[in-house]
Design a protein around this ligand. Structure first.
Ligand code: 2P0
Length: 328
C-alpha cells in the first residue's frame, strides 16, 4: 500500500495594511493589496496522507475529528489540490493548531498555509513558493502571506484567474526586529466572521469606496517605512489603516462592530504611552483584541503597563518569524 505523506509547519501573521473585501469569493481574490508580518510563534503543523485505500477524507484537529464546518472547508481545499495534481485520492489531514483562540490571532492563515504546503508536497506537485502562496490563498486569503517569513506583501493582482495574486517577501525576519504584543481584552466572542464582515462591508458600506481610494497609498507608505526601517512612520500609517478598516465596517448595514470596551481602553492607553515619549502603535483585526507594535527596547515597559489595565486579560509577546518549513 503506497501512502503519499508530507508534514509542513506555518506561522500565523498580523496584517499591518489590511485585506478587507473580495472581488472573487471562490478564488479568494482581494479588492486591495495588503502587508503583514509573519510571527515567530502561534503556528499550525499539518500532516497530509493520500492513499488509494482511503474511501473518504478525514480531518483531525488537535487529534480529534473536526466539526463539519471546519472539515468541509478543508475537503473543498483538498479538491483544489487534487484538481491541480490530476488525482482523485482521498486523504487524512491531521493538524496541530498552536494558535489559541485566546491569543486573538486567526488560525486560518497558518492553517491553510501549512495545509497547502503539506498537500502539495505529499502529491509531489513540486510547487515553488509563489505557487504555494497562490494555492494557500484559495483556502483563506491571509494564508497566502504566511507562506513567507518576515515582512510580506500580498499584491492583489488584476487577472480573473488569480495567477497574479500572491505574496512575496519584503524583508526577512532577521532584517528588522520589532515587537508585536497581542493584547487579549475581556468581553464576548465575536459574532460576525471576517468572511461575513468583509462581504457585508463591500456590499453595503458607503465608506468602502474611500477605503479603496486610499489603501494602496497606505501600503506604499508602509512599504517605504519598512524598507528604510522607520518605525514611527510605519506605526502611524498602520494605526490609521486599521481605524479606517473599522470605519468602513461601521458604515455597513447592519453595522459590524468588533470592539469591546477593553479595546477602547487599550487604544487610549497606547495614545497615552505615546504622549510620554514611547513610540508605540496599535492595530486591530476583525475582533476585539488589540495588537501593539513597539521597539524591542520598549517591549518590557509596554508589556507591564498594558497588564495594569483592568480589562486586559493577557498579553502575548511576538516577533517576526519564519515562513513555511517542512518536517519529517
Ligand atoms: C487581514 N483579516 O489582512 C485581514 C484584516 C482580518 C482583518 O484576513 O475569507 O481569514 O478566509 O479570506 O483571511 C481575516 O480574514 O478571510 C483577515 P478569508 P481571512 O489579515
Amino acid at each position: 500500500m503506497i501512502i503519499m505523506k508530507a508534514t509542513a509547519k506555518a506561522n500565523t501573521n498580523i496584517a499591518l495594511i489590511k485585506y478587507w473585501g473580495k472581488r472573487d469569493e471562490t478564488l479568494f481574490l482581494p479588492m486591495n493589496s495588503s502587508l503583514s508580518i509573519t510571527l515567530d510563534h502561534f503556528n499550525t503543523i499539518t500532516t497530509v496522507e493520500f492513499c488509494k485505500s482511503f474511501d473518504k477524507d478525514i480531518f483531525l484537529l488537535n487529534n480529534l475529528p473536526a466539526s463539519d464546518k471546519e472539515s468541509n472547508k478543508v475537503f473543498r481545499f483538498l479538491d483544489k489540490v487534487r484538481n491541480l495534481a490530476g488525482v482523485n485520492l482521498h486523504a487524512v489531514v491531521s493538524s496541530e493548531n498552536k494558535v489559541p483562540t485566546a491569543a486573538g490571532f486567526a488560525s486560518s492563515a497558518s492553517g491553510f498555509a501549512a495545509l497547502a504546503a503539506a498537500a502539495a508536497k505529499a502529491l509531489d506537485l513540486e510547487l515553488n513558493t509563489k505557487e504555494i502562496s497562490i494555492l494557500a490563498r484559495q483556502g483563506s486569503g491571509s494564508a497566502c502571506r504566511s507562506v513567507y517569513g518576515g515582512y510580506v506583501e500580498w499584491k492583489k493582482g488584476i487577472q480573473e484567474d488569480g495567477k497574479d495574486s500572491f505574496a512575496s517577501q519584503l524583508l526577512s525576519e532577521q532584517d528588522w526586529k520589532i515587537s508585536i504584543l497581542s493584547v487579549l481584552v475581556a468581553g464576548e466572542q465575536k459574532k460576525v466572521s471576517s468572511r461575513e464582515g468583509m462581504k457585508r462591508t463591500v456590499e453595503t458600506s458607503p465608506f468602502y469606496a474611500g477605503w479603496l481610494q486610499t489603501v494602496e497609498k497606505d501600503l506604499e507608505d508602509a512599504k517605504e517605512a519598512i524598507m528604510s526601517r522607520e518605525f514611527e512612520k510605519l506605526g502611524h500609517v498602520v494605526e490609521a489603516n486599521a481605524l479606517k478598516m473599522h470605519a468602513t465596517m461601521l458604515g455597513a448595514k447592519p453595522p459590524v462592530l468588533y470592539w469591546q470596551s477593553g479595546t477602547m481602553d487599550v487604544i487610549h492607553h497606547i495614545q497615552y504611552l505615546r504622549l510620554t515619549g514611547i513610540p508605540v502603535f496599535f492595530t486591530i483585526d476583525a475582533g476585539s483584541n488589540v495588537k501593539v507594535l513597539c521597539l524591542p527596547k520598549d517591549e518590557a515597559i509596554v508589556y507591564e503597563s498594558l497588564l495594569t489595565l483592568p480589562t486586559v486579560q493577557k498579553v502575548f509577546i511576538c516577533h517576526p518569524g519564519s515562513g513555511i518549513t517542512y518536517l519529517e
